[in-house]
Structures are given as structure tokens and as C-alpha cells.
Design a protein around this ligand. Structure first.
Ligand code: BGC
Length: 455
């Protein structure tokens, strides 16, 4: 970076990619339309008691039908890029086998619509909505899922790679395992220590086989998206320091080490005990596939202490009660975004980075028909962008930033009770209203960050 920029100059490099993110099940609605198969979130949300208020993604933001209006909204905000995900069960309703062209056509039109407005699509192939038919075959516990995923990915690459230039295999494999197979708060809702390592390994195999499929079919770039949460020890007691290393291995290195270095962190054996299998050398070689960029989702940091009762990691988070927390009770800590970007750069070598998600849920109801004032989200955004800029100046190769989320949407097990959008959605009428934070973000984009010097 230009060493002469002053401390208050927050301009980002020319061509920096400003975007916003969503995912299929969280916004689309119409999950079974046009020949789509059921997915595990459809099942999970229709099982009484698993999602707050009995909410489902049946309608969500009705984006499946309102996508043209939503593209207009993106244009109005000035987005240069839009990250969305493709629902596997729309393309291959049974997860493997027959392809549903009507499902493919939806994304085909969406991509064309974006490109017509000069908005670059960044496409995630898997954001947690596994076809139910594959769950019936064991889902992420079945080793064959790597091949099923690659087969689905190939279909999508062939259709869209001429126009989509940035691809992501999986969104946040840690959440797939931790929420889906270990603690059961997310679909498919299993709680099984022995399953978790298998789910981890099979997500990583799917990622690797997806990248290999792309090298055979695609002409552009492909990467992986992970959620990272830097861990800091609560004290200099060696027990807290060891607990912090375990928590870091579990959440941050469990996926990056195998995908980028070809090894699992040693701490995982200590954490999982005899539930951690030995994986073959061939598999480990497969997992390490060169990627073109890494996507980082950053929401919060964690101060960690030793806690023998918190199985299996034996570490817990110390609440920073004097600091601002979001509605999901996550502490707001902008500087840790800088730390995490620099940590990745140092540990894994210079790799092109995108912040593929960063955002916050706060209670911010509309104050009138066309006004949603959300100063806390604006504060969150401003300070995370400043921290990202500092990371850039210190050598992180950060090429873009995607705010989570474009729209208020279905926040998984929280249903519609938590709102992350730059744009407010009235779920009764589907009316969209750009929030104060959305206007602020537009100004950031318009000035390429220069306006971050104020306020
Ligand atoms: C996920 C999103 C989710 C967001 C906010 C991320 O972990 O990728 O789907 O809505 O966090 O909780």
C-alpha cells in the first residue's frame, strides 16, 4: 500500500470490490417451485419447535419472484458486486442424478440481470441447504458426498462460468459441522461427537473435489469461505492459554490448515479424543488444493478461558459486559477484523482475501413509513471498514468487502426475529426500505472509502 497515505485517509485501492451478501434459503422463498427438491432447512424449519416462532423460508424475502426489484435496489445502493448462493436442490432436486433446467434458468436470469446493471456476481455453491434426499443417504456423513457435490458443481460451472468469474465452493464448513452435527442447533440437527469429525472431513473433501472440477471446467477464480473468530486468552494462566489454542484450532484452523497446508491441527486429537479418526495420506493430499482467493466472514472476537465443563473444546467465552453486543449477543470488536486479516496473511502466506460477510443484528424498527434509522449498524460498519483499511495498509491483500446482508432475512434458527439488512424488509407487505446504514454504505462506495474519515 501507499506508505504516504495519512492516518485519516481511508480511500481503498482502485477497483476494490464493494458488495453485499445473501444466501438462497435465507431470501428466496418458494423453496419447492419449478421442480426443486426439498432441502434440509425446509425440513428443519417445518419441524415444530426448531426455529423461533415457527418461522420457515417458505416466503422469506420472496426474492425468487422479486429478484428484478432487488437488482434495482442493488444498483440504487451502488453495489459493484453481489454475493449469493445457489440452492443445490433447485438444480439437482434429488441431490444427484437428474438436472432440473428450470432451477438453473432462475440463476441464469439472475446472473444476466446483474451483469446488465454492471454488478459482478460472486456465487457460492453451498450455503447450508443440502438436498433432503442426500440427507436421507447420510448427508455430510457419507463419504460419497464429495463426488455428489462435484457433480452438481460441474453442472453449474458449465452453465454459468462464461459469465460468473468468482466462485465459492462452501460457506463456513465449521458451522455446517458445529451447528449441524455437534450441537444440533442448525439443520440437520444432530448432536453427536463422533459424527462431527466425519462431517468436517467430508465438507473439506467436497471443497477439494469442487475445486478440482473447476480446474477442469472453469476459466476464472474459485475459493473457500470460512468464518473466523480470533481468540484471545482471558489471562496469562497457562490453562487459559492452552484453552485459547484449542478454541482457535477448533474454530479457525480446523478448516484452513487442511485446505491450505494439508494437515489438521494437533489440538483436534486432544479435543475429540477417540472420536477423531486417522485420515489417509491420500485424503490429506487431496484436501490441499490451490485456491484463487479466500473469503473471510467476520462477526466477532472471543476472549477465552479454560472450562473443563464446556465439552468437547473445554474452553468458554468470557462475556465482555462493558462493551457493545449485537442482538445475537456477540461483542462488537472492529479491531479484531484487522487482526484476523493479518493473521491469515502471516500464517498462510499472501493470499487474495475478500471479506465475504461482516454485519450485525440490532433492534431498529422503522420510525416512519420510509425511515429506518440504525445508528448502531452504521457505527459497526464504519469501524469495521476502518479496521479493514488498516489491515490493507499493513499488508493484507484484501480485494473486496461484502456486507452481510443486503436484506433483512431468515436468520436460521432465529427465524425472522434478527435483522441484519442494509435494507429493511416488511415481511407482511414485502416492502423494502433502505436503512440509514444502507445510505451510509452507498456513500462509502461512492467515495471509495474516503467518507470513512468523518464521523
Ligand atoms: C452465515 C449467514 C448468517 C450470518 C449471521 C453467517 O455465519 O453465513 O448465513 O445469516 O452469519 O448470523
Amino acid at each position: 500500500m501507499n506508505g504516504t497515505t495519512s492516518r485519516n485517509d481511508f480511500r481503498f485501492p482502485d477497483g476494490f470490490l464493494w458488495g453485499a451478501s445473501t444466501s438462497a434459503y435465507q431470501i428466496e422463498g418458494s423453496p419447492l417451485a419449478d421442480g426443486a427438491g426439498s432441502n434440509i432447512w425446509h425440513r428443519f424449519s417445518h419441524t415444530p419447535g426448531l426455529v423461533a416462532n415457527g418461522d420457515t423460508g417458505d416466503i422469506a424475502c420472496d426474492h425468487y419472484r422479486r429478484w428484478r426489484d432487488d437488482i434495482r435496489l442493488m444498483k440504487e445502493l451502488g453495489l459493484a458486486a453481489y454475493r449469493f448462493s445457489i440452492a443445490w436442490s433447485r438444480i439437482v432436486p434429488q441431490g444427484k442424478g437428474a438436472v432440473n433446467t428450470r432451477g438453473l434458468d432462475f440463476y441464469d436470469r439472475l446472473v444476466d440481470g446483474l451483469l446488465e446493471q454492471g454488478i459482478e456476481p460472486l456465487v457460492t455453491l453451498y450455503h447450508w441447504d443440502l438436498p433432503s434426499a442426500l440427507d436421507d443417504r447420510g448427508g455430510w456423513l457419507n463419504r460419497d458426498i464429495g463426488e455428489w457435490f462435484a457433480e452438481y458443481a460441474r453442472v453449474v460451472f458449465r452453465k454459468l462460468d462464461g459469465r460468473v468469474k468468482k466462485w465459492v465452493t462452501l460457506n463456513e464448513p465449521w458451522v455446517v459441522t458445529d451447528g449441524g452435527y455437534l450441537f444440533g442447533v442448525l439443520a440437520p440437527g444432530h448432536k453427536n461427537l463422533y459424527e462431527a469429525p466425519l462431517a468436517t472431513h467430508n465438507t473439506l473433501r467436497a471443497h477439494a473435489l469442487g475445486v478440482q472440477a473447476y480446474r477442469a471446467e472453469g476459466k476464472h477464480e474459485i475459493g473457500l469461505v470460512v468464518n473466523l473468530e480470533p481468540k484471545y486468552p482471558a489471562s496469562d494462566n497457562p490453562r487459559d492459554i492452552a484453552a485459547t489454542a484449542r478454541a482457535d484450532a477448533y474454530m479457525n484452523r480446523q478448516y484452513l490448515d487442511p485446505a491450505l497446508l494439508g494437515t489438521y491441527p494437533d489440538e483436534l486429537r486432544d479435543i475429540f479424543g477417540d472420536a477423531w479418526p486417522e485420515f489417509s495420506a491420500d485424503d490429506m493430499r487431496l484436501l490441499k488444493q490451490p485456491i484463487d482467493f479466500l473469503g473471510i466472514n467476520y462477526y466477532t472476537r472471543s476472549v477465552t478461558r479454560d472450562d473443563p465443563t464446556a465439552r468437547p473444546v473445554r474452553a468458554s467465552r468470557v462475556r465482555q459486559s462493558r462493551h457493545l453486543h449485537t442482538e445475537l449477543d456477540l461483542v462488537v470488536w472492529p479491531d479484531a477484523l484487522m487482526d484476523v486479516l493479518l493473521w491469515v496473511t502471516k500464517r498462510y502466506g499472501p493470499v487474495p482475501l475478500y471479506v465475504t460477510e461482516n454485519g450485525s443484528a440490532f433492534y431498529d424498527p422503522p420510525s416512519s413509513e420510509d425511515l429506518v434509522d440504525d445508528p448502531l449498524r452504521t457505527w459497526y460498519l464504519r469501524n469495521h471498514l476502518r479496521a479493514g483499511h488498516r489491515a490493507l495498509q499493513q499488508g493484507a491483500d484484501m480485494r473486496g468487502y461484502f456486507c452481510w446482508s443486503l436484506l433483512d432475512n431468515f436468520e436460521w434458527a432465529h427465524g425472522y426475529s434478527k435483522r441484519f439488512g442494509l435494507v429493511h424488509v416488511d415481511y407482511a407487505t414485502q416492502q423494502r426500505t433502505v436503512k440509514g446504514s444502507g445510505r451510509f454504505y452507498s456513500e462509502v462506495i461512492r467515495t471509495n472509502g474516503a467518507c470513512l474519515a468523518h464521523g
